[in-house]
Design a protein around this ligand. Structure first.
Ligand SMILES: *[C@@H]1O[C@H](CO)[C@@H](O)[C@H](O)[C@H]1NC(C)=O
Ligand SMILES: *[C@@H]1O[C@H](CO)[C@@H](O)[C@H](O)[C@H]1NC(C)=O
Ligand SMILES: *[C@@H]1O[C@H](CO)[C@@H](O)[C@H](O)[C@H]1NC(C)=O
Ligand SMILES: *[C@@H]1O[C@H](CO)[C@@H](O)[C@H](O)[C@H]1NC(C)=O
Length: 343
């Protein structure tokens, strides 16, 4: 008797649960709940990156997909568009960098990066065109509190990128790839950009030294004198990319190789693309290499202080050693400038 009662009570419980389930499902359909409303806590710009339907890899390289400027902008992209428009130089060109919390700390890389613009010759006004893409909330707050006008948070959910990234850990790679995808989105929106790492000091305006006809122009660890030769050793620290169907197709192709080379960062994959001359030809992209005489770095220092525009503190591992070198470059520059005044 007791067993029977238990059984019927359990049955009643199960039907109640089933009924509740059917009711909730019905309500979800009725009120048009979408993935957006089910993930309400994600910031809109992140949602747009995460929930955007995955682009199929560009296999047909010969006919790159068209950019359609007439397509209505998704509301999630509004913040990105607002920031880009505010930073625009007037010809749909912006300067971009990415920042995490460790590099945003007071006295860390961000402060020295800003100092470079201030002590550089005619570079301080370029700050109005700089968009800082932050990879975590702490860096975003620091960007905003540094009174910088254009901060955009690529809040990467569930992951904390605030600590100093150890080169090639899984999270670091994930962030680098997401950044690459954001750059593709910016090109698609019709903006050309100069991307600079934050450990690059802008001592003179480098824009006049960009080539007039290169779709994709990249700085070098080693430059051998020929701007179009694929033998130069590129460095992703400083890149100019012109918004065009070709360059969007290139970024899509680049991103699509992520799964083909698991555990590799986007710079490694970039060098595989450079080595794959057939695909490059199909993409029809005009890649040009920037002269280390103007776009310098510690890997290959420009010998002429009178020409240097940007100085990349590359070929140094670890934050402490980077900070030391950044300060040394700023000191050398200040000495050089004050020396000029006495002559
Ligand atoms: C865009 O405008 C800036 C500022 O006038 C200029 O320095 C830069 O060369 C221009 N870029 C292009 C691609 O025309
Ligand atoms: C700084 O810029 C001005 C104006 O372009 C130029 O005349 C001067 O030679 C530059 N000084 C240095 C140190 O580059
Ligand atoms: C520079 O490199 C390109 C591509 O490899 C080549 O076609 C061209 O002849 C080179 N120019 C010179 C001056 O060597
Ligand atoms: C991309 O191609 C489409 C169609 O071929 C064209 O209308 C559009 O202007 C192109 N966009 C750019 C940025 O070149």
């Amino acid at each position: 008797m007791a067993a029977m009662q238990l059984l019927s009570r359990r049955r009643a419980l199960i039907s109640t649960i089933l009924l509740a389930f059917v009711f909730v499902s019905f309500a979800l359909v009725l009120f048009g709940f979408t993935s957006n409303t089910l993930l309400p806590s994600l910031p809109s710009q992140l949602r747009s990156v995460l929930l955007r339907p995955a682009d199929p890899p560009t296999i047909d390289l010969a006919s790159p997909p068209a950019i359609s400027p007439l397509a209505a902008p998704a509301p999630e992209h509004e913040e990105l568009e607002r920031v880009l428009a505010a930073a625009d130089m007037g010809n749909r060109t912006v300067i971009l960098t990415t920042l995490n919390a460790a590099w945003a700390e007071p006295g860390s890389v961000l402060d020295l990066f800003f100092e470079g613009f201030r002590v550089g010759n005619g570079t301080s006004e370029l700050l109005k065109h700089l968009v800082i893409i932050t990879t975590d909330r702490k860096a975003f707050e620091r960007c905003a509190s540094a009174a910088h006008s254009h901060c955009f948070n690529l809040d990467i959910a569930e992951k904390d990128f605030s600590a100093e990234q150890v080169f090639n850990t899984v999270d670091y790679l994930d962030m680098m790839w997401r950044r690459l995808d954001l750059l593709r989105l910016i090109l698609e929106k019709g903006y050309s950009f100069v991307f600079t790492d934050t450990d690059i000091l802008w001592l003179r305006n480098p824009l006049p030294h960009l080539y007039a006809d290169g779709d994709f122009q990249i700085s070098c660890d080693r430059f051998f004198g020929n701007a179009t030769s694929l033998e130069n050793l590129p460095s992703n620290g400083f890149i100019y990319v012109k918004s065009a169907n070709r360059t969007v197709a290139f970024y899509k192709y680049w991103y699509s190789l992520r799964d083909k080379y698991p555990g590799k960062n986007e710079q490694d994959v970039f060098s595989y693309i450079i080595d794959d001359r057939r695909s490059l030809r199909k993409l029809g992209l005009r890649i040009m290499f920037l002269d280390t005489k103007y776009f310098s770095g510690l890997c290959e220092r420009s010998r002429d202080m009178n020409l240097i525009c940007t100085m990349h503190v590359n070929c140094r591992v670890g934050l402490k050693s980077k900070l030391k070198e950044l300060r040394a470059v700023l000191d050398a520059w200040r000495k050089y400038i004050s020396g000029l005044h006495y002559n």
